[in-house]
Design a protein around this ligand. Sequence first.
Ligand SMILES: [Zn+2]
Ligand SMILES: [Zn+2]
Length: 152
Amino acid sequence: MGDTDESSSQIGGRVEAIQYPIFGACQCGKVTYELLAPPTMVVACHCKECQKLSTSAFSITAMVEASNLVFKGEMQFWSRPADSGNRSDAMFCPSCGNRIYHVNPDEPDKIKLKPSNLSDTRLIQPTAHVWLSEKQAWFQVPDGVMQFDKQP
Ligand SMILES: [Zn+2]
Ligand SMILES: [Zn+2]
């Protein structure tokens, strides 16, 4: 504890005493995973695709090094070209359909975790909001976060 736990507060300095690993599971529980270390960044995306994906006003993505995740259980994926021209493979549980993560197959080390199915969701507080040009009108961006009209 103490000095060894320094990384726990690195997300915007607002999250305290999160203990790793954190367990995650899809809605039906057939896909599980462990997050071994804090994400490098947590981003809220307000684009129309993410509104569909999240069935909500925006999606939240935690950027995580692949070596800091251990997945269990069978996943399927579908691919779509991202606006950047990169491909995005969307991994999901074939039983309940819950989205687990996205990854560009050309950058397999960078996992874009869909973190709402973690057992400790304190870390999913976004430090950046992107695609605000497509956000729902009622949503007020909180103070103290990075803001981008489109993809930075
Ligand atoms: Zn499932
Ligand atoms: Zn998006």
